[in-house]
Structures are given as structure tokens and as C-alpha cells.
Design a protein around this ligand. Sequence first.
Ligand code: 26Q
Length: 820
Amino acid sequence: MEKLSAKELVEIVEGKCQRYFGKPYTMVSKHQLYKAICLTVRDILTEKRLAFKSRRIQQETKQVYYMSMEFLLGKSLKNHLFNLGLTKEFEEVCKELGTSLEEMYDIEPDAGLGNGGLGRLAAAYMESLTNLDYVASGFSIKYDYGIFKQKISEGWQLELPDDWLQNGDVWLSPREEDTFRVKFGGQLKERWEDGRLYIDQVNCYEVDAVPYDMNISGYHVGAVNKLRLWTAKAPNDFDMQLFSQGQYLKSLEQKALAESICKVLYPADHHIEGKQLRLKQQYFFVSASIQSIFKKHLRDYGNLDTLPDKVAIHINDTHPTLCIPEMMRLLLDEYGYSWEKAWDIVTRTVAYTNHTVMAEALEKWPEELFKQLLPRIYQIVCEINQRFCAELWEFYPNDWNKVSYNAIISYGQIKMANLCLAASHTINGVSALHSQILKDDVFHDYYKMHPLKFTNVTNGITYRRWLTMSNPGLSNYIETLIGDGFLKDANELKKLAEFQAKKEVLDKIMEVKKANKVALAKYIKENNGVDVDPNSIFDVQVKRLHEYKRQLLNALHIIDLYYRLKENPDLNINPRTFIFGAKAAPSYYMAKQIIKLIWCLGEQINNDPDIKGKIKVVFLENYRVSLAEIVMPASDVSEQISIAGKEASGTGNMKFMINGAVTMGTMDGANIEIFENVGADNIFIFGKRANEIDEINRNGYAPSYFYNSNPRIKRVIDGLREGINGVQFNEIADSLVNSDTYKVLCDFDSYCEAQDNLDKAYSDKYRWARMSLMNTAMAGFFSSDRAVQEYVDRIWKLTPVDFTKPIKEVKIAKTVKKTK
Ligand code: 26Q
């Protein structure tokens, strides 16, 4: 496809202004101009996607469907222009139209259709699949409201709705013709016809799933893939029936009920409440997606026997697990397959990634609720369970405990992870350590039965977004040193290591970092009203707020340092700015207390003249993808301090690393692989190892011991009780001394020591700059392009679309045959 010139693009944008807003471009608002520009980019991508699709159909390429309740996309305009190589052209377009591209970027809201790591990973993988010319579609829900907007009022988190569709809907194209119907509730009626048993779901209520498609672009490639988001609509005929019975209000009530399904993203991660609406969301998007996959496969290949050869379905954590019984339902009830044949098709198609080992985050549903909402799916899950238990019983004869622990249904609960194990051909964790823990611990019994099903794929990030787009100063400078090969192949960043002894390179690296810190300091001044010194160490912990991530450990170290400074204002340390950003699940009481504590620390420390501004504490409101793009390039220190064994991988750690921040971390998740890549000289590791934590748990842990025997710990905890900025934090103090589930006190000394070492290292300017450079140099492994290639090789078995083959005229639709 020919690349369009700026002049041609201006004409297209003008045309959009006329068509959509009925005005010449000179008369439209900035927001309308923004929409006209996005619509232009959308059309370019759609045209490209159709060309890609013809090749896919012609080459009969196998494809992956990535099923995820979350896709945390962030902003798209800048990313698409960068990927298409059209940034310069659109800068000119904007100039011509009397605006700037930056101004357009600012108008776009973040598409916050995710909580954190898992959602961002899904977005990254869609993009990397596209980068590598694989055919992929993502499936999820078009939430009216994404992750809430966080306001901080006197240190307390408030949640506000995130109406992202206001300006974010420009990327979505409705495809009403691909609407599917989803059934809930009702009763089952059995019916014999032509010697076959059919199951009808009667008196159920029905919801239409209407798809909206979004293009996914890749970097300088021919491929464009799609993300399909389903929205729930009450069927029209249903309305009419009630209206005609004079039940006007009832009808509108039903409509609102149906449409509530896609209202809002659940804002809790790592803690699960068995809410009926969440289960409805899951079945709704999964049923529509599977129906759509089957329809397309039938159109392209004529029958479903070949599904596993042409389609891989990926389950992103257990949230889309219902695609397993839904596939069975369609194969059995709609397409007349036998159980054995249907199960064979399903189990050769589906694979599952686990993202957590936290017991409270493993999804379970009350059997009764499940049965009422999804009666036919429930029957199928019961049958899968029976067969699965028979297999367990054979492998673990007479071991009731093992059978009930691993069963899909036991003690009135349906355990989604166990259903995933039963049906997936491959199961993976997201870092080396996490995958090992799955085998040794969480899924150990099943691992013994099917060791070959288990594998690891360490997570990755879209490094062009995090390095080149977010940190152009660093990326452009790297290009002058090692050329632009790293833009296609992240491993080329290794070439930077050659420069680690070159002072002029190290000076320049620190100069770039300083400029990024000045920009973040400006943001902090504007948003928090706090003056921070860009010459201080920017020490950053940004991620969801959870006790296992131990923001509290960071806070306790700050309190200790503050007391030390109060005692001795001349304490010889480098000035430091401690920066936090974190959303707490709205119902997570302790997490909100911790946010309040950090905010109070800022109030007290930032306004205490005694410590001469040596340390500052800032809590950034509403941490999100677009704020991360400002924070990552400006960070010196990356805090990755979870209790060992609980952070499945972490991906923020990788974004910091590639931007030259040095990790302060425990041996947890992907930190271990960061350590292996950069080497012990370029990272600060502290704390108990995962196996040591296990041992402590086995032997019994008494946190009061640390309180009673360690004066520094005692002073800090007493300080929480006395009050920080006049607020007492007794509940936090009690929980530390009485239970300390996440071993904060146990790792406190080791953390403080590592922090002192870090401070010393920073004093040696070139030593620090070298560490920073080496972090960027060794970050190539953490590219999501590498991760996706591993998924392809080990799990999905895809081949890329071949762009060297000429395109022939193709007939898109083949005849649909139903299998007997
Ligand atoms: C489930 C049921 C009901 C309501 C909410 C949920 C729910 C939602 C989101 C459960 C978990 C999540 C998110 C989990 C998550 O983000 N996990 C992170 O995944 C990253 C990508 O693999 C890892 O890097 C992180 O270590 C892991 O914490």
C-alpha cells in the first residue's frame, strides 16, 4: 500500500470534518479535529487489515484467539502513527490545520479496560503478534466504564467513573451483522429428534452481543489484527413482546438489566467476590466469542473437525474459562458431536496461562449460583468433573484429599483453575520462578499426572512504547550509538554494553535522565503542588496497591530514614524523592489505609524544615498507562519489593529497567531473570528467598519478635501509633505486630541495608550511570516480541502470514456445512 503524503492526509481529514461534523475543518472544535484525525488513521488501518485478511484466507493460516476480560490499551493515536511510520506526516497535517499533534494526543483518554499487569500484558501480546505477522484476534468486553479514576482527598482514595468512550469510541467500528445471542437462566427441556437427544433452554432471558472492532497495529509491518469488544443489548423482539402486553416499565427494566452486563470493569484484582454480574460478564463475552469463532471457522473450512489445526484459543487467567464448556455445548447441542469427539477438539484447541498463586485470587463460584444462571453449562461442567475425578481417582487411588482438592466441583464450589487444567493442552506460568511454583505447589498433583503439559513463558513488554515513544531522548541517543536495529530486535540493545566505560556516553545518559526528571518534577509541581529536586534520586514504586507488593515496607523505610534525619540533620545521604502511584480496589480497607499513610508521610516530611528538604514523598494520583509513560523515563530506582513467591512476574519492573532505572528488589517473579540478565553488580537484591519464606511459614512466624528485639522497627511502629501528620495508624501497626502476613518486618533490616548500599552507589556518579546503561542494554529479553514467539513455538504453533507470496483474487465465503 502506498504511503499517503501529508497533503493527501489533510484532504482526507478535511473530508471527515465535513462528513461527520457538517463543517469545514476551519470551523470544527479541537475535539472534532481529533476525531477526524483518528477516523483517518482508523480507515488506513482497516484497509491494511483487509489486505492482510485476504492473505490469511488464501494461505489458510492458523490463528490465535486471545480471550481476556481485560485489555489495558492506554492511548492509541501516537502508537498507531509510530507503528505506521506516519508521525512526521501527521505533525505536518496538524500544523496545516492549525493545531499540534501533541494537543491531539492530549485529548485522547486512556482506554483503561484493565486493572493492571494482566490487562496490559494482553494488549502487549496483541501488538507483538501483529509485529511478527501472526494472525490473532483479541476478545473482551466493551465496558462503558474502564478502571475508575482515582482522586485523592486528604489522603483518602475516592473513585470516579471513567467515561472513556467520550473520546475513545473513535477507534471502534460496530459490526452489527455479527451479533450473537447469549442465554441465561431458565430451565432445560430434553427432546428426542431423529434418534438424537437435544437440550433446549426455555424460559431463559436472552441478551444480544454486538461486536465493536478495534484495529491492532504492529511496527512497520503489513499485518493489522483486531480486538473485538462485545457490548450487551436487549433483543428488539423481546422489547416488543412486553410492550404489546402493556408492560412498558417491565420492558425497560429488562433492557437496563441486559445492558448492565457491560457497564463496568470490576476494579478488584487478587481478591474475588462471587458476584453474579461478574459471572454473567464472563459467560456473555465467552459465549459470543466462541459462537463467532465457530461461525468463521465453518465459513472458511466447512466443518469443525479441523478447528485445532487452524485455531488456538488462549485463556488469560481463569476469567474466560467458560469457553471450555461453551465449546462443548455448541459441539454437542448445535453440531451433533459425540462427547469424546467434542472433548478431543476442545482439548487440542485450548491453552491456559495462570497469573497468580494467591489463594484468594483463585476463582471459585458457588455451585448454586452457577447452576441457576447457566443450567446447561452447569450440566456440562458436572460431566467434565465426573470424568476428571475418575482420572484423579485412578492416579491417586483412595486419596480423597487429593481428589477433592483437584476436583472441579467440591464442597459446593466450582473451581475454575481446575477446569482449565482438565481441558488445556498447555498450562504456563509467567516467570521462571512462578512456573516452578505452579509445578511444585499450586498445581503439583496435576503436574505429576501430566508433566508435559506445563511450561513457562516469562512475560514481556511493548518496549517501543516504553523506550522509543516514551523516552525519545534516550532512544534517539541509543540510535546514534548502535544504529536503529534495536527498533526491530530488542536484543540489539546489548551492543550498548560496549560503551559502559565511556565517560562521554555515561554523561550523556545521565543528562537525558535529568531532562526526564525535570519533566516529571514539573508534572509533580502541577499536580501535587510539591517542589521536588531533579538532582535527587527518583525512587519509584508504581503498581496496584496490595499488601503482598509491600508498599508498606517502602513506607516503613522512609519513616526510619526520616527519624534518622530528625536525629541528625547532617546525615550524609543523597537527597531522595520517594514517588508512589497505586490504585486500591475500592473495597480493600487496608490498601486504602496504606495510601493514606503514604500521603500523610508526604505532608509531614515535605513540610518539615528540620530535614532540609533531603527527602520528599509524593503520591501520584490516578496511576495509569499514560502516567507510566512519564514516570518510567524519569526514574532512577525501581522498587520491586514483593514478598518472595507471590508476584507472579511483574512487568513494571521491565519498563523501569529498559529506561535505565536500577531495581531494588526481592528474588521474586521476573526480578530473578532481571538479576540474571544484568548481573549482581547492576541490581540491589535483598530479603528472604521464596524457599526461606516457605520454611518460615512451616516453622511458624512471630512478628512481635522483631518488634521487641529490633529498636528501629519498634521506633517506626510506635511512630505509626503516635501518628503521622497527626493521624494514628493503629490498624496498620496491629496487623504488622500481630500477623504480618507478608513478612514486612522479617525483611526490614535487609531492605534498609540494601537501601544504604544503593545510596553509596549513587554517590559514585559513573558507577551509577554504568548500572543504568547496563540495565537498558540487557533489557532486550523482556520484549513482548520474544514472549509471543515463545507462545507461538511452545503453545500455539502458528506460522506467520507470508508477504512474499502474491495475492490472488479470493472468494471470501466458502460454503458452510454442518457436521453430522
Ligand atoms: C477475578 C474475578 C473477579 C473479579 C476480579 C478478578 C481479577 C481481576 C484481575 C483477578 C485478577 C486480576 C489481575 C491479576 C493480575 O494483574 N495479575 C498480574 O499479572 C501480571 C501479568 O502476568 C503479572 O506480571 C503480575 O505479577 C500479576 O500480579
